[in-house]
Design a protein around this ligand. Structure first.
Ligand SMILES: C[S@@+](CC[C@H](N)C(=O)[O-])C[C@H]1O[C@@H](n2cnc3c(N)ncnc32)[C@H](O)[C@@H]1O
Length: 352
């Protein structure tokens, strides 16, 4: 039984990550407290009763957590390792779990010091896998992933995460290459959002050849480009200039007008929006598009330059939930602080 959950987040967002998990733990009547350091890139939720965190990590839906990239349950103790031959101590701890594992993930905080561990983790991983195999600790039928979270190369927290209720990409980071032809780096935000929010089947069913998309605040066109490469027709709303090569595809209509007053002639398949505007202002705009039947699905950013980021996000999501429910629209709202998001989160609304 474990007494702690480690939650990885973007450095600087520990307060939001902690606030969210504490709310959910208390919804599950799980007494706990938080330990964290500003800009450390991780948060510890520690059980303050006899209740173990193995169960809690299976009960809370990982996808409800906006600010957590990855998580695992473990014990409060940090294992100190020798400078050489670290494997025996690690294996000893792992064997005490009396479990086998589907996979193993080597984690470290997403900080400058943390990143210096990436090479060490890459080199250590094959040795660990060989040792796990030799000890029959890996199994294709197991439901847990083994996690080794290095705070430095001599200190590690070892724990487990349910493979069906955690991020499948290491440290919750979907690795994407910047597409050479995309007009801006923002393109990666939308690509990551599509991968995170939509299953492979949804990606092919919901983003299809000839579908209509409106991109509010589109210039220079990184988000538009993602839909064009999926053969969709995009109306790009922005007073600024769009990328010339993208315009030459003939798939984009550029309207130099205000995103807050523009209305489409008929309902579009996707509304996307990436404007540096107040989050509540953007949420009201998106809610209006849905309630007046102007779009079927949406992906948009909520910028969070304010201090009370978590309550601001919760207010926006509550407004969207309320408006769509009042309009009798079946919907699924998901939100995530994606790897490519900085002071913002991304929201996806899909209406089945
Ligand atoms: C962050 S950029 C968008 C980047 C774009 N998603 C991309 O991938 O290239 C924000 C854009 O929103 C536009 N914008 C801001 N307020 C707007 C408004 N009220 N109406 C139309 N465009 C607006 C700005 O001109 C700017 O080009």
């Amino acid at each position: 039984m474990f007494n702690q959950i480690v939650l990885l987040c973007r450095p600087g967002f520990e307060k939001e990550c902690a606030g969210e998990i504490m709310e959910l733990a208390s919804e599950h009547q799980f007494p706990a407290y938080i330990q964290t350091k500003e800009t450390s890139g991780y948060v510890l939720l520690i059980s303050s009763s006899e209740l173990g965190t193995n169960e809690l990590i299976s009960k809370i839906d990982f996808r409800q957590l906006i600010f957590t990239r990855q998580w695992f349950a473990c014990n409060k103790d940090i294992l100190s390792l020798p400078e050489t031959n670290r494997l025996p101590d690690i294996l000893h701890t792992i064997k005490l779990f009396a479990e086998d594992f589907y996979d193993v993930e080597l984690d470290y905080p997403d900080t400058n010091e943390g990143k210096s561990l990436s090479k060490f983790c890459k080199q250590f991983r094959p040795h660990l896998i060989t040792a796990l195999k030799k000890n029959n600790l890996l199994s294709a039928h197991a439901r847990w992933r083994l996690h080794l979270f290095f705070t430095d190369s001599l200190n590690v927290m070892i724990g487990i995460a349910p493979i069906d209720n955690s991020a499948s990409d290491a440290m919750g980071i979907i690795r994407l290459k910047m597409p050479g032809k995309a007009p801006s780096r923002s393109t990666l935000k939308l690509e990551e959002a599509i991968h995170w929010f939509l299953s492979t089947q949804q990606q092919t069913e919901l983003i299809k050849n000839g579908m209509n998309v409106v991109d509010l605040g589109a210039a220079p066109g990184g988000w538009t480009w993602q839909f064009v490469r999926r053969d969709c027709l995009v109306t790009a709303i922005d007073n600024g200039p769009m990328d010339e090569t993208l315009m030459k595809t003939g798939m984009v209509e550029h309207l130099r007008t205000d995103a807050f007053t523009y209305a489409p002639k008929k309902k579009v398949d996707w509304l996307v929006c990436d404007m540096a505007e107040r989050p509540l202002h953007v949420s009201r705009l998106i809610a209006r598009w849905f309630s007046s039947q102007q779009c079927s699905n949406a992906i948009f950013n909520l910028k969070l330059p304010m201090k009370k980021r978590l309550s601001s996000v919760q207010e926006c999501i509550a407004l969207l939930e309320y408006t769509l429910t009042q309009a009798n629209i079946k919907h699924n709202i998901q939100a995530k602080h994606l790897y490519h998001d900085r002071e913002e989160i991304t929201v996806c609304i899909v209406c089945p």
